[in-house]
Write a protein that binds this ligand. Sequence first.
Ligand SMILES: Cc1cc2nc3c(=O)[nH]c(=O)nc-3n(C[C@H](O)[C@H](O)[C@H](O)COP(=O)(O)OP(=O)(O)OC[C@H]3O[C@@H](n4cnc5c(N)ncnc54)[C@H](O)[C@@H]3O)c2cc1C
Length: 461
Amino acid sequence: MSKKPSVAIIGAGLTGLSAGYFLQKEGVEAQIFEASGRMGGAITTQREGDYLFEQGPSTLLRGSPVLETLLRELDLAKDLTPPNPKAKKRFVVRGGKPVALPGGPLAFPFSPWLSWKGKLRLLTEPFRKRGAATKSETVANFAQRRLGREVLDYGVNPFVGGIYAGDPKKLAVALAFPTLVEAEEKGGSLFRGFLKLAKEKKKARGGAPRPPKGTVSFASGLEKLPQALAKALHRQPLLNSPLQKAEPTEDGHWRLTFAGGEQKVFEQILLTTWSDELAAALPAPPDRESWPHIDYAPVQVITLTYPREAVEHALDGFGVLVPEIENLPFLGVIFASSLFSERAPSGEVLLNLFVGGKRHPEKASFNEAQVRREILPAVAKLLSITEQPKFYAARHWPQAIPQYTLDHQSFLLARHGAEKNWPGFFLAGNMVDGISMPQCLESGHQAAQKIRSSLKTPTKS
Ligand SMILES: Cc1cc2nc3c(=O)[nH]c(=O)nc-3n(C[C@H](O)[C@H](O)[C@H](O)COP(=O)(O)OP(=O)(O)OC[C@H]3O[C@@H](n4cnc5c(N)ncnc54)[C@H](O)[C@@H]3O)c2cc1C
């Protein structure tokens, strides 16, 4: 009987669980080690009394091949909850008020989102000459060059705050929004480029139907997805098992040391999490003295509920994002109970407030008294809320979102060097392959394929 390959996956977030699942499909039963006492990583659904709320990601974007495969194979499609069609609007703060983004070309001319000058500038995008988006161009520079200053301030800036909790002046457009760069390269303008990309996608699909689109959740919240992945694994992740050190052995394996000093040797190791401490506990990558630092944005997610009549705003949308130029002490609010039913009892509304990010990193660690004193009055003014919240819950993420800054390229190069030069070492997850949940699933899937093809021992005993 041949020896079974041994693979360790560090982290039972979406990336680690996805890698474990796809390796298992290939006949490789990896062992997942998780530092905390639960699975799911950033995905944190909570139920308290009649409230169901997310303290990490709020919505899942459909359409990526790996996500669609998992929804099918794990029989999850039936549990998906589409957003309420009445909650389609997306608001951005302008002049201290929530302003709905235009829902289509007919609404665009009349929308107060942009001035006439800003609208004209945006409409001339197809006629602007092709620029040279380089690896050193920031998101802000790209947006201003192609779309104009006003779209940067009232469109791109709040959007980047909502997705990356980041600063468009620091993020590299080629890393944070590669499709924008590709569109400009292909079409000379974003307008023509996106048309070309859509045509190419259609051609690549052949006659196959379009993949489903749009944001969704599950009736019981997003944790359903990591739970279903974990349930499908034959070998359960080991919880409360933080990796403390990883070192290569002389015979080409990896010796892992866990808290408490326990050591285990594996043929392959996949890291799906990152921190300066972990970086210091790994050998320095080839040709470097140490691992390059990854800059993370800290975020606090605060769940608030109110009686419906205490909120004058109709909350008839997804939520509201705050442009930096509006100088408010938070990044945005998701109207969670408008978006998905059953999040709060009828007669009440449930909001998710996002605080901190690169804009106000210090506010991400505010305590409840500070939030109530310095942040909630601004939320109340924006949405015309007349009462104090009935329910309050908060979750602080010191390392919420990795920032794909101009310097991040050096981390990607170090990862590439390590994977190329160190047999059996792999890195996947939101620090390298995209920050969204579908991208993390794809990242886990790709890592599983790389591991499978590099295994020395056969997969079947
Ligand atoms: C507040 C917030 C809002 C977000 N909103 C959205 C959204 O709406 N839509 C979307 O698509 N994405 C969103 N994201 C991003 C997305 O949720 C994450 O990028 C994704 O879930 C990360 O998955 P992961 O497995 O790569 O990492 P993680 O989920 O971070 O998992 C890593 C795991 O590794 C464990 N770990 C850490 N150190 C060790 C160690 N030494 N040993 C063993 N285990 C260790 C951790 O405990 C954790 O469980 C959001 C993220 C946050 C924080």
